[in-house]
Design a binder for this molecule. Structure first.
Ligand SMILES: Cc1ncc(COP(=O)(O)O)c(C=O)c1O
Length: 451
């Protein structure tokens, strides 16, 4: 007789959204900013516990998105909740821009220990990913006295005006905003599955060489003198652009280019950081040492915190040059410190182990379904790309959307990214038994959506 308890399954009892959910969606449509890029399905969340989310009508979903890669420790991890509650009862805010409290140096010291940036480092505290990126941009301009940046097509770095100058994953992000505030030139990203110049499948060495060559032999010799470039901003695994990991030789090549020309390498780990890829930072998969790293999303288990960690010699600007009222809020830092403790204790290892199990299962589905073109990723950051058929490998965005909705109707929360990819970014507490349930639903949703 098996001693393993049967896995819990999602429970869908009403149409989606149910009557209470529908009312909230209607109110939202009347009162809330309509520019949020919400998918066609509508989840109206009420409670979260671990990998499970219950909506306002009592439907229970298995969450393999984690609030867009944020709830790294799962929903309402009891130790994180306690850390937040204890801190909220002692000191909620004091303003680290003008006063001192122990939390800021405590987290900064911990980050110095774990980030791939060469120690000693210094940390700036903000409240979101885009602010962490803004800080990196300002710092790079300040430290180098230069003002040009290089970023990659299909990258996402945020929507405030500085980081929007870098962002290029969807045209809707740029439409209506006319001239960008920063001098950024975009270059091709080394997507092995779709070579940026040919659209064909390629290999790591070929795409890496082509993309590095574009920077060194085209850009630097025509429009962009390297001595005017402050920083190259890159995601080791493109997130919103389609969960595309860069090849090792490409990232090592960027490091070399930066070293040769005094350019700062800014690695945006807002989505790929904090254990998501099976190591604390994606940079570690590549032995990459950024000069500046940006972190947000998973660091606070859902509380708003974004940090920019830089080589200490770079962060030597004067008081007043950069600061934020709420940045480094003690409650958010308490959540971050507890999150890091849990990640180091077991969740980074779990992300690697269960992430590999998930990827193995998804690769079996790649073999089974003609409409899956590619499965790729690291740890619990996995992309599944949908195509019309394997013979043509033509990207199929409509099918991706249908699969996403079919998963939701069956109680599995997944979100798209890129043009035709579904991203798997579950809470890092996901277990094998959850993976089995999720894969069964995914398989069924694909079968239903393809026919
Ligand atoms: C790599 C990356 N950088 C920056 C951001 C912006 O973060 P936020 O939405 O917290 O401003 C995101 C958000 O998805 C991201 O994935």
């Amino acid at each position: 007789m098996s001693t393993i308890a049967p896995p819990r399954k999602p429970q869908i009892k009403t149409e989606l959204p149910g009557p209470i959910g529908r009312k909230i969606v209607e109110e939202d449509a009347q009162w809330v900013n309509p520019s949020y890029p919400r998918p066609s399905f509508k989840l109206v969340a009420e409670r979260g516990e671990g990998v499970w989310v219950t909506d306002v009508d009592g439907n229970v979903f298995l969450d393999c998105n984690a609030g867009v890669a944020v709830c790294s420790t799962g929903h309402c991890h009891p130790e994180v909740v306690k850390a937040i509650q204890d801190q909220a009862a002692r000191l909620i805010h004091m303003c680290g821009t003008d006063f001192y409290y122990r939390h800021m140096p405590q987290l900064a010291q911990k980050l110095d220990e774990i980030v791939p940036v060469e120690s000693p480092t210094r940390t700036h505290f903000a409240n979101s990913g885009t602010e962490a990126v803004e800080t990196a941009l300002k710092l790079a301009m300040h430290a180098t006295g230069r003002e040009k940046f290089i970023a990659f097509f299909n990258s996402f770095h945020g929507r405030t005006l500085g980081s929007l100058s870098l962002t290029s994953s969807k045209i809707a992000q740029r439409t209506g905003f006319k001239r960008q505030v920063l001098d950024v030139v975009h270059v091709p990203y080394p997507n092995v599955f779709r070579h940026p110049f040919t659209g064909e499948q390629s290999d790591a060495a070929t795409v890496s060489r082509a993309c590095l060559d574009w920077i060194e032999n085209r850009l630097f010799k025509t429009t962009t003198p390297p001595e005017e470039v402050a920083g190259i901003v890159v995601e080791c695994v493109q997130g919103e652009g389609g969960y595309v990991p860069a090849p090792r030789e490409f990232l090592q090549g960027l490091r070399r280019i930066c070293d040769e020309h005094g350019i700062l390498l800014i690695v945006d780990e807002v989505q790929s950081g904090m254990g998501r890829t099976g190591k604390m930072f994606a940079s570690e998969h590549y032995d990459l040492k950024p000069d500046i790293i940006t972190i947000a999303k998973g660091i606070g288990s859902g509380l708003p915190i974004g940090v920019t960690v830089a080589r200490a010699d770079l962060m030597d600007w004067k008081p007043g040059a950069h600061a934020s009222t709420f940045g480094g809020n003690p409650v958010a830092i308490a959540a971050a410190l507890k999150t890091i403790e849990l990640l180091e204790r077991e969740l980074v290892a779990n992300s690697a182990e269960v992430g590999a199990y998930l990827q193995e299962g998804l690769k079996k589905l790649l073999g089974k379904h003609d409409c899956i073109g590619d499965v790729r990723g690291l740890g619990m950051m996995i992309g599944v790309e949908f195509v019309t058929d394997k013979a043509s490998m033509k990207a199929d965005a409509d099918l991706r959307d249908r699969v996403e909705t079919a998963c939701f109707e069956r109680g599995l929360i997944l979100l798209g990214c890129g043009f035709n990819t579904i991203r798997w970014s579950p809470p890092l507490i996901l277990k094998r038994e959850h993976v089995d349930v999720a894969l069964e639903i995914f398989d069924d949703a694909i079968t239903a959506s393809c026919s």
